[in-house]
Design a protein around this ligand. Sequence first.
Ligand code: FAD
Length: 485
Amino acid sequence: MTPYDYDLGIIGGGAAGLTVASGAAQLGAKTLLIEKEPQLGGDCLHYGCVPSKTLIKTAQVYQLLKNSSKFGLPSVTPSPVDYGKVIARIQSVIDEIQTHDSVDRFCQLGVKVEFGSPMFEDEHQVMINGRKAAAAKWVIASGSSPAVPSYAGLDQVSFLTNKELFSLETLPASMVILGAGPVAIEMAQAFNRLGTRVEVIQRSSQILSKEDRDMADIIMHNLRQEGVIFHLNSTVEAIEDAGGARSRVTIKKKGDEQLMKLEAEKLLVALGRRANLEDMGLEKIDIDFSPKGLTVDKRLRTSQKHIYAAGDVTGSYQFTHAAGYEGGIVLSNAVFHLPRKVDYTTIPWCTYTEPELAGIGMNSKTAQTAGIEYSEWMEEFKENDRSLTEGNQVGMIKMLLDGSEKPIGVQIAGPHAGELLNEWVAVMNGGVKLMTLAGAVHPYPTLGEISKRVAGKPLARKIFSDKIKKGLKLFFGLKGRACDV
Ligand SMILES: Cc1cc2nc3c(=O)[nH]c(=O)nc-3n(C[C@H](O)[C@H](O)[C@H](O)COP(=O)(O)OP(=O)(O)OC[C@H]3O[C@@H](n4cnc5c(N)ncnc54)[C@H](O)[C@@H]3O)c2cc1C
């Protein structure tokens, strides 16, 4: 028995904290979970994945309505969007999911949930709501917040981040988005589809800059065709109030002498995240951190070995599924006492635009940086019958193979790319051979056939080679082509 009140204390009730809390309590650890907001669930449920994906679906339906004639249906001019109703739908989805993340449910699992702001008093003890609580081990899972840049004038205007975006009362007529990462691009398409005039400012020459250019360009091209305006290679010079509740952003495009002024009703700042490290008394416990987040080793231990960190607060892979994965690693080390290290090689990701852009493992950029020799294999959605029946001709799958023809990465830009990627999640985690995937019968017509097709390409090159043809001719007397162009 330890002299502490709890075996495990967790700060933060988001994806990472909740994973650790439910696992630890079910394993019999006396667990305290502290959350500073009035509800559990974290950013993903309240201001991130759930509201954004709900909004994206609504925007997709509206887009389909507007494009009904493309499907041989009567053309429709739908009424303007009542954003209040959209928000109500978003809230109802959040409420539904909130029941999975309720205090009652966690209490039933055996977790003591406290709401408030804990402050470390020493390495084992925090002060919470005027009481002391000590735990043998702690997990810091306090997540991240939107990073706000120090652009001249930004502090003089009102701007939105993902925290305010899903509670606006009316649909903005226009929006300027700073940044072109996944959150920015998803929201650019969704708001544009709903009727907002959207302009995106990006410093570099490509949107979704971690992705390969050819894949990111597929997304940008589609968004452009739908009406999103992109200002690439552009830096923000100044931001000011333009009167009439509008903001003005002055930008400078690389190579252009003249500055350009953009005006919009709303300004959305989507320029990345910063770890939530403040107001926890971390200065009292001598723990290492950098601007990126808490410093952890491969077992997710901080410089205080009994204090672990998981999720966005470590600054590594800022996804809900990565937070859940890291929560599992912490459980293994802190509760099971089984040393387990993180391995991000097969962490997948997806940007939920239409078409979606999903990936796992290496892309050409990361393979080149790592100096790995690889070959690229592509298959386009316009060759996939199901994609055509769905009215989609856009996108492709790209597979990277190493020298021994083992898949080291796959990216898909196309319809339901995130769902299609799951087959590759199994392939890459299970070490499934390409031949197995290529030989496995997939139902026709499905989008998933694209994975079988691309997996079969390196094999097809060998099977249908001149060498094999010559051999067959020699042994079986095949006569060769029956038709020549
Ligand atoms: C708009 C948007 C869309 C996104 N979409 C996706 C997506 O589609 N898929 C995906 O995988 N990821 C998505 N993400 C990322 C995802 O939301 C995060 O990676 C995930 O929430 C991280 O989980 P976490 O537990 O680390 O942090 P959080 O979920 O943020 O949880 C941290 C919790 O700690 C609490 N906390 C903070 N400080 C303290 C403190 N001092 N004391 C007590 N409690 C504290 C916070 O209130 C919060 O509840 C999206 C993010 C955004 C912003």
